[in-house]
Design a protein around this ligand. Structure first.
Ligand SMILES: [Zn+2]
Ligand SMILES: [Zn+2]
Length: 191
């Protein structure tokens, strides 16, 4: 799968299928005795999987509960949670916490992937942002993570949330105004 298709698939993020309810499976002694040559072995394992995968990707979130009970009835918890580092550096283990794709995180992730610094799946995860980092640019309306959208004091003193692209644009504009102001300053002073 290439990057373009992956991000197309990510758009369907909210339509991830609900996982099937967990049906506990008690240890079957009959099956155990047929598989295990030790007749007194009563050990068993119990597994519960609750993994949500983002449609069309290999990014799964959730928990794989794995309990091993030995002959003495001692339970050992070997559970593993499936989590991912997203664009803001946060570790997320619930698909419900994913809010969307930040185009700036996506670009950074793609560059890191192209340089071989991230695996394909890591790059996929780094493009995401969570509900706590949800932000939107007041100028262009782009949904981004909170790292790539910051409150900026505008020339009219109003503070607005600006994405990094609009911040760059504003800086350029202010610089232009400064240069024009500087070029005009002799005339202004003479007045
Ligand atoms: Zn971002
Ligand atoms: Zn913007």
């Amino acid at each position: 799968m290439n990057f373009k298709n992956f991000f197309k698939n990510l758009i369907n993020i909210k339509t991830h299928p609900a996982h099937l309810p967990y049906v506990p499976s008690p240890p079957s002694h009959q099956a155990d005795s047929s598989q295990n040559p030790i007749p007194n072995d009563t050990s068993y394992t119990e597994e519960e999987t609750s993994i949500h995968t983002i449609a069309g990707t290999g990014i799964g979130f959730g928990k794989r509960k794995f309990i091993q009970v030995d002959n003495q009835g001692q339970a050992k918890d070997l559970s593993q949670s499936q989590s991912h580092i997203i664009g803001t550096g946060r570790i997320v283990n619930k698909v419900e916490d994913i809010a969307g794709i930040c185009p700036f995180c996506q670009l950074e992730a793609k560059e890191a992937f192209d340089k071989g610094l991230l695996s394909f799946q890591e790059a996929q995860s780094r493009a995401l942002y969570d509900t706590q980092s949800d932000s939107q640019c007041d100028i262009c309306g782009t949904n981004t993570c909170s790292v790539h959208c910051r409150p900026i004091q505008m020339p009219n003193d109003i503070v607005q949330q600006l994405c990094v692209a609009c911040q760059k644009h504003l800086k350029k504009q202010l610089l232009k105004q400064k240069i024009i102001g500087f070029l005009l300053s002799p005339f202004i002073e003479e007045r």
